[in-house]
Design a protein around this ligand. Structure first.
Ligand code: MRU
Length: 366
C-alpha cells in the first residue's frame, strides 16, 4: 500500500512535512536513518525515515537520495541498520547477515563507485579478527558508517578550498547535474568549489544546466544556490553550447560518479557533450570528486557500468506525457568523458592533472 509520495504506510508515518530542516542530507538518529527526500524538492521539503536496509536500498534506487558521496553514506547507514536488526548470536552469523544486506544494497545502483567503496570499507572493519562477539561488531559497523559520513563533510571542504584556487574572481562557471550538499552529506563537491569561491568573496555566477531527464540542475542545484545567495542563471541543457561559444563561460565544473584509473570520468548524462564543447571553445573543464570516487580497479571509462533507467523519465516531464505511447526510449543515466577533455580533477588531496594515472597512484600510495 503506497501513498501519494510512493512511500509505504510505515514510511509515510515518518514523513515530516516542512517542519524539520536537517543539517545534513542524511543522518543516523537513534537507530533510524533520516534523509531529505530529494524527489519532492524544490517545492516540498520532506524527511523520510528508514528502519531497515531494504528501505535504504529502495531509497537509493528510487532517488530519495542521489549523488555519489550521498549514496555511499546511505549504503553505510543501511548496513548499520542491518547490523542493528540482525538477531545473530555469533560472529559468523552476523557477518553472514551483513554480507547478505550488502548484496541487496549493492544492487541499488551500478555506476557511483562510492556505494561499493563504503560497503567494502565497513565489511572490512566488521570482519576484523579482533572483533569476536556480535555486540562488538554492531557498534563498529555504526562507527565506520558515521565516520564515512563525517569525513565526507571535511573532504568536501578541502575539495572546495583546492578548487577555489583555480577559479578567477568574478568568474561565470557552467555546472551540470547536482553536486551540492544534497549530493553529499554536506557542502558538496563541484558545488563545494563554487561555495568556497563565494565564501572567499571572489564573486561567482553559475550557469545551471537543467540536466534532463531528472532535472537535478533545475530542481536541486537552483534550490541550493538560492539558499546560499549565489547568483545563478538556469539554462536548458541545449543552451550550453551557445553560452560556451559566446565567451561568457570561464570554466565548466562538474562532479563524478566514478573516475577510472586513466582519468576517464563517468558522470551525469550530458557531461561528455559539455567537455567536448569546453575544449572546442578553450574553456577549462574541471571535475571535482573525492578520492573515494576514483576506482583504481577500473583501467578506463569503457569498463564502468552505465545505469539504464526507466523510459518514463524521458517520455514524461513531471506527470505530463510528452511522447507517443510505446515509443522506444534509451535512457542512459551517465556518460563517459575521456580524460583528454579533462583539464584537472580536484580532489581533497590536491589538484591532479594529466597524466592522471601516475598522480592517482601517488595519492593512493601516500
Ligand atoms: O543520478 P544522480 O542524481 O545520482 O547523479 C548524480 C550525479 O551524476 C552527480 O553529478 C555526481 O554523483 C557527482 S555528486 C557530488
Amino acid at each position: 500500500m503506497r501513498d501519494g509520495f510512493g512511500l509505504s504506510r510505515r514510511e509515510a508515518f515518518f514523513v515530516v512535512k516542512g517542519i524539520v530542516i536537517m543539517d545534513r542530507t542524511i543522518e543516523w538518529d537513534d537507530g533510524v536513518v533520516r534523509m531529505i527526500d530529494q524527489r519532492t524538492l524544490p517545492h516540498e521539503y520532506q524527511i523520510a525515515e528508514f528502519t531497515d536496509h531494504t528501505g535504504v536500498a529502495r531509497a537509493i534506487r528510487e532517488m530519495y537520495i542521489r549523488g555519489a558521496p550521498a549514496i555511499g553514506a546511505a549504503a553505510g547507514f543501511g548496513l548499520a541498520l542491518a547490523a542493528q536488526n540482525s538477531d545473530a548470536t555469533t560472529r559468523d552469523e552476523l557477518l553472514s547477515d551483513l554480507n547478505e544486506a550488502s548484496d541487496i544494497l549493492r544492487e541499488a545502483r551500478p555506476t557511483a563507485v562510492n556505494l561499493f567503496w563504503a560497503l567494502d570499507r565497513i565489511l572490512k572493519r566488521a570482519s576484523k579478527e579482533s572483533l569476536r562477539a556480535p555486540d562488538e561488531i554492531r557498534p563498529a559497523v555504526l562507527d565506520e558508517a558515521q565516520q564515512i559520513a563525517d569525513e565526507d563533510v571535511e573532504i568536501n571542504r578541502c575539495i572546495g578550498k583546492n578548487g577555489a584556487a583555480l577559479i578567477p574572481a568574478g568568474a561565470t562557471v557552467l555546472h551540470h547535474c547536482n553536486t551540492g550538499s544534497l549530493a553529499t552529506v554536506d557542502y558538496g563537491t563541484a558545488l563545494g568549489v563554487i561555495r568556497a569561491v563565494h565564501e572567499q568573496g571572489k564573486g561567482i555566477r553559475v550557469l545551471v544546466d537543467e540536466t534532463r531527464p531528472r532535472l537535478q540542475g533545475a530542481k536541486l542545484t537552483t534550490w541550493e544556490l538560492k539558499r546560499l545567495g549565489i547568483p545563478q542563471t538556469l539554462i536548458a541543457d541545449n543552451a550550453a553550447g551557445h553560452f560556451l561559444h559566446s565567451g561568457e563561460v570561464d570554466a565548466v565544473i562538474v562532479g563524478a560518479d566514478r573516475v577510472a584509473r586513466n582519468g576517464d570520468v563517468a558522470n551525469k548524462i550530458g557531461t561528455y557533450k559539455l567537455a567536448v564543447l569546453a575544449k572546442e571553445n578553450d574553456v577549462p573543464f574541471y571535475v571535482a570528486a573525492p578520492t573515494s570516487t576514483i576506482d583504481m580497479s577500473v583501467a578506463a571509462g569503457a569498463d564502468i557500468p552505465i545505469e539504464e533507467r526507466d523510459a518514463d523519465e524521458v517520455t514524461r516531464i513531471g506527470s505530463e506525457h510528452i511522447a507517443p505511447d510505446g515509443v522506444e526510449v534509451a535512457n542512459p543515466a551517465f556518460d563517459i568523458t575521456p580524460q583528454c577533455y579533462v583539464t584537472a580533477i580536484i580532489t581533497e588531496k590536491g589538484v591532479v592533472y594529466a597524466p592522471f594515472e601516475e598522480d592517482f597512484a601517488e595519492i593512493f600510495q601516500a
